[in-house]
Ligand binder design. Sequence first.
Ligand code: NAP
Length: 256
Amino acid sequence: MERILEGKTGIVFGVANKRSLAWACAQSLAGAGMRLALTYMGERMGKTVKELAGELPGALALPCDVTRPETIDEVFATLREEFGGLDTVVHAIAFAKREELEGDFYHTSKEGYMLAHEVSAYSLTAIARRALPLMEGRQGTMVTLTYIGGLRVVPNYNIMGIAKAALEASVRYLAHDLGPRGIRVNAISAGPVRTLASSGVSGFTRILDHIAEHAPLRRNITAEEVGDACLFLAGPHSRGITGSTRYVDAGYNIMG
Ligand code: NAP
């Protein structure tokens, strides 16, 4: 792969294991020469993520729970020390209560609603605000991950769909705020991929089968395809693109 990101630095939030879309993004960015920090949520995931970071040259593994803002502060203090500046932020974090990812949406509790938004949508803004001082003057990029359930009704996706709608709107507002500083913000709307998070959505296998039957490409996507789209959005070839949601979904979004 061409090393178009040599000398650049980035942080990827949301690595849980080898199946994580965040890990696919990290591999594509590191393959193009970017030095990375990966974040993980709890010590439970720490061992795996430290091992994964060990596969990427010079990568750091840092703990971060976005519901504890002091841990986001600590991440950026470490980045300032270790990297000096920052070119790319990848946000690949989402959470909703498992019992609210099935059945009727109107059963969503206030607590579950707030938690899904805090972790899956607000965290992008909380991270962007802290990243900004490190990204000034570097033509930086931010990339987040969303799903078509934020735009259309996907049964069982429920509260996560509402949070993804907020996330996609946040991308547009952040792009407006940060564009004058040369920072671009985009989302990738990925087709379904089997991961730890997606296994929490009731009926996920049926969704995979439906895509394989109906998407224009007649197949599901791979995590690597998401990683390469992230590389495109983080790199110079997308320099004219900001505030957008790009679909990496085998074309499913065009179907009526
Ligand atoms: P994943 O591997 O389970 O990644 C989700 C990540 O979010 C995990 O690393 C998880 O950490 C982290 N997370 C949850 N709560 C957090 C918190 N409070 N603070 C910090 N991190 C937290 O699943 P994934 O499918 O790759 O998900 C990545 C992103 O892609 C999500 O935004 C998801 O909605 C999006 N997406 C996924 C699909 C799909 O089909 N897989 C499709 C479209 C979009 P722990 O595991 O340690 O809790």
